[in-house]
Design a protein around this ligand. Structure first.
Ligand code: SIN
Ligand code: FE
Length: 300
């Protein structure tokens, strides 16, 4: 895998970065390619999280314009809200200009602020960020669409350090069967399972709080945990190390690119769910790779 560096923004002409991202590469901007004031960054860095005021991350949902994951009594909520809204809007505008084909069909997912030092965090295995994994969200199944994440390091001095590995195809060809792809595919495509999935989709359309997972989503959740728990994979897989300096911004499909965080503090991040129809190539998506490996359809 590689990092494609963009030193100048806006670009002088249009360049299609979709094939790079879809191949599991990182697109990297040494300087922040959208407006983000020093005052906003300083506000975020000096939030007081003593006393358990914050969960793993603080989240912002751009579609409903709401901040979650923080105790409203403990922070200046109005300012926090303004900072998130401004960040998310500016970032989305930038991403739209960089990737207009995706923007035509993407779903805006959450933005987040990551206030804690990643090195040495004491978390349960499935939540650890320092173990290499591909992303999958329990509450937001993608049905085969891709997870695009844009990160910005807002630490005043320290880099955010990532370890990545070869893209999904390489890892899946080696480990998907061991993670139980074949039996999951067989069980998920039985008549009873299809009936249940149809029923769950109906409840979801009626706005009940169920998250209908396709067989693909079930596998991706399982694979996320499998990779984190597989010591042989963690130690033997090919590793690439990247230091993202203060003020830099980088983008990747985090379900295509296996990744982990070695160290770093204070990052902003916005997630987009990118529709398969808008990709440069649908043949290299995780769902297409898994369907080839198991010989069964994994999404409706
Ligand atoms: C992750 O998705 O594993 C976290 C990446 C980061 O916080 O830098
Ligand atoms: Fe991740």
């Amino acid at each position: 895998m590689e990092v494609i560096t963009i030193n100048q923004w806006p670009l002088s002409g249009f360049n299609d970065y979709r094939p790079d991202l879809e191949a599991g590469n990182i697109v990297f901007f040494p300087t922040t390619p959208f407006a983000l004031s020093e005052v906003s960054k300083e506000f975020l860095r000096t939030l007081d999280f003593s006393g358990g005021a914050v969960h793993k991350n603080i989240a912002y949902r751009p579609v409903i314009d709401r901040v979650t994951g923080v105790d409203p009594k403990s922070v200046e909520m109005a300012t926090l809200h303004d900072v998130f809204r401004e960040y998310s809007r500016n970032l989305i505008q930038f991403a739209r200009e960089l990737l207009p084909e995706y923007a035509a069909a993407w779903k805006l997912d959450y933005a987040s602020f990551r206030p804690l030092e990643e090195r040495g965090r004491d978390l349960p295995v499935n939540k650890r960020n320092d173990l290499i994994h591909t992303d999958a969200f329990p509450s937001r199944p993608t049905q085969g669409d891709l997870i695009l994440r844009v990160f910005t390091n807002i630490h005043p001095a320290a880099s955010r350090v990532w370890i990545t590995s070869d893209p999904f195809k390489t890892v899946a060809e080696r480990y998907a069967q061991d993670a139980g792809l074949q039996s999951l595919a067989a069980r998920s495509t039985s008549p009873a399972a299809r009936l249940r999935d149809g029923f769950l989709r109906l409840l979801n359309r009626l706005h009940l709080p169920v998250f209908p997972r396709s067989p693909y989503d079930r596998f991706m959740l399982r694979f996320h945990d499998y990779l984190k728990r597989n010591e042989e994979f963690q130690s033997s897989t090919t590793k690439y190390r990247f230091e993202f300096p203060p003020g830099s911004t980088w983008l990747a499909f985090t379900d295509v690119l296996p990744h982990s965080v070695e160290s770093g503090q204070y990052a902003l991040e916005q997630t987009f769910i990118v529709a398969r129809e808008s990709l440069a190539s649908r043949a290299s998506t995780p769902v297409a790779i898994l369907e080839r490996l198991c010989g069964k359809p994994l999404v409706a």
